[in-house]
Design a protein. Structure first.
Length: 526
């Protein structure tokens, strides 16, 4: 059986499919039932052709229709949660409890409902009114579909259907063309079925939600650069992200990227002396969560050579050695860990534990810990801060505080940077020197907490300076903060009142929407 793609509101056979693929269980390496088509350009063109009428129809339908659809989708997904949990478990080998049922699926439902609320509230569009000059502006839809590429490590929260990029692009008023991740196509199909049902019930325009399972890399490059596309969002590896960025940039098309990051954790000496075993336990838990397959996994740990540092390192090493390795999502991740281990050995890093694949049918790699001196790191910083996706981390032992600051200065752009320090402030002098460096390097700065969790909060930043992300001013998590990525600034100069969008008319369209009127944020009507 070859599953169908979702085009213009209907499930249809992929056109001229010559190639298919199967999902594979990472724990057994057994192919799962059903085949998924690798779409060609005709499928891509059909999706684009269906999305263009949906641009105007979404504008006519208005925010309330989109919000109602998002809420109906969340309910429809919840009604199919058992199918989703079982399919995602088979495709990813992630445990149903707590990961899928109690952690990730509630996040999917919550972020979709947050997007619906922001859509209905409308404050996200930042309406500005200069009444004296009769100039008004707001953020509005892009005028073309948003293409969403999903990663392999979050089958629900970052899925191409139901994930944060999908929800915020729709909430901003755009149609979405979803490109499933080949690691969990069945999970994506079930979510798309829920989305199609919700669209029919709420009157969402045909072509507003579409799904392709896979296509050749060259076709993906053509898609992000297509004249009809409004923007694209990609979460995944740096090589793939940079190729897409190059293609989109040449065509002048926005693309928002979340790529590789080693998420450095700096352990200041007095804090480490105060609680070495506690910090070791937190680092161990963070590094091995989900078999290390988190974009915010701490892959680089920087400390100052000392007795407490050696005690800490021994505790982490012992925990790694006793850990039961989890399953990796794809063979490519396993190959990547082997390659990373070889690279670190080639650059004379010391292997403390792990560094090998485990026998058996499943995709598993021993939790791996390397150590290198601060001086060796500074001789070749690029080699030591390449992301190793999985449970592999590198500890850098600096000679003194000055060398720790030098190491920080050599870091490239990161999603996160973390500092652990003494609870009573005995590291404050060093922290005050380190913080300005790290503030320039990372989108999210943490104190005394590992970076692995990414809360869906309006204040969250899941982005950062290049090359961790494509642009330092945007986040892929947090609502409404993630919505402006998929919007255009639209200005109306001396436009007659009846021709203005509702958000820019004198009367506040919801009574609660915040607008910037004549120099002040207010909920009042003019």
């Amino acid at each position: 059986m070859i599953f169908r793609i979702l085009i213009d509101g209907d499930w249809r056979e992929a056109a001229g499919t010559r190639e298919t693929f199967k999902a594979v269980n990472p724990a057994t390496l057994e192919p799962l039932p059903g085949e998924y088509p690798v779409s060609g350009r005709s499928d891509i063109e059909a999706a684009l052709e269906a999305a263009l009428p949906a641009v105007d129809r979404l504008r006519t339908a208005g925010p309330d229709t989109v919000a109602a659809f998002l809420e109906a989708f969340a309910a429809a997904a919840e009604a199919r949660r058992d199918d989703l949990f079982e399919t995602a478990r088979l495709e990813t080998a992630l445990p149903v409890e707590p990961r899928l049922r109690s952690v990730e699926f509630p996040r999917l439902a919550d972020q979709v409902r947050q997007a619906a609320e922001a859509c209905r509230d409308r404050s996200w569009c930042r309406a500005v009114i200069d009444s004296a000059r009769n100039i008004r502006s707001r953020l509005g839809p892009l005028g073309g579909p948003v293409v969403v590429f999903s990663p392999n490590n979050f089958p629900f929260a970052f899925n191409a259907v139901g994930g944060g990029d999908w929800a915020t692009a729709l909430a901003a008023g755009n149609p979405v063309i979803s490109k499933a991740n080949p690691a969990h196509p069945g999970t994506t199909r079930i979510l798309a079925e829920a989305a199609r049902d919700a669209a029919h019930r709420t009157g969402l325009p045909r072509g507003a939600v579409q799904l392709l399972y896979h296509f050749e890399p060259g076709d993906g490059l053509g898609l992000v650069a297509h004249p009809a596309v409004g923007a694209s969002a990609f979460t995944g590896s740096r090589p793939a992200g940079l190729r897409l960025k190059e293609a989109a940039d040449r065509a002048g098309k926005p693309i928002y990227l979340e790529m590789a990051s080693v998420n450095p954790v700096f352990l200041l000496p007095e804090g480490l002396k105060e609680r070495p075993s506690g910090i070791a336990a937190e680092l161990f838990a963070s590094c091995l969560l989900g078999a290390g397959q988190f974009c915010t996994k701490p892959g680089l740990v920087v400390l100052i050579e000392s007795a407490s540092g050696r005690e800490f390192l021994a505790a982490v090493k012992a925990a790694f050695e006793k850990a039961e390795p989890g399953y990796l999502l794809t063979p490519g991740i396993l190959d990547g860990l082997e390659a990373a281990s070889r690279r670190l050995r080639d650059f004379k890093a010391e292997l403390l534990t792990g560094g090998r694949r485990l026998p058996g049918p499943g995709l598993r790699f021993t939790p791996t810990l390397f150590r290198v001196s601060g001086s060796a790191f500074l001789m070749n910083p690029a080699a030591f801060q390449a992301e190793s996706f999985g449970s592999l981390s590198l500890v850098v032992a600096a000679r003194d505080p000055l060398e720790m600051l030098d190491i920080a200065a050599m870091l490239e752009g990161q999603l996160t940077a973390t500092v652990y320090s003494h609870s009573a402030g005995e590291d404050d002098r060093l922290y005050d020197s380190l913080e300005p460096i790290l503030r320039r390097k990372a989108g999210r700065l943490l104190n005394d907490r590992m970076p692995t969790g990414v809360t869906v909060s309006p204040a969250m930043n899941h982005g950062g300076p290049f090359p961790a992300a494509g642009h330092p001013g945007f986040t892929s998590v947090g609502i409404p903060a993630a919505m402006p990525r998929f919007a255009a600034l639209q200005c109306y100069d001396n436009v007659r009142p009846g021709r203005l969008p509702a958000e820019l008319r004198d009367r506040n369209p919801t009574g609660k929407m915040w607008r910037f009127i004549d120099g002040a944020w207010t909920q009042r009507s003019l």
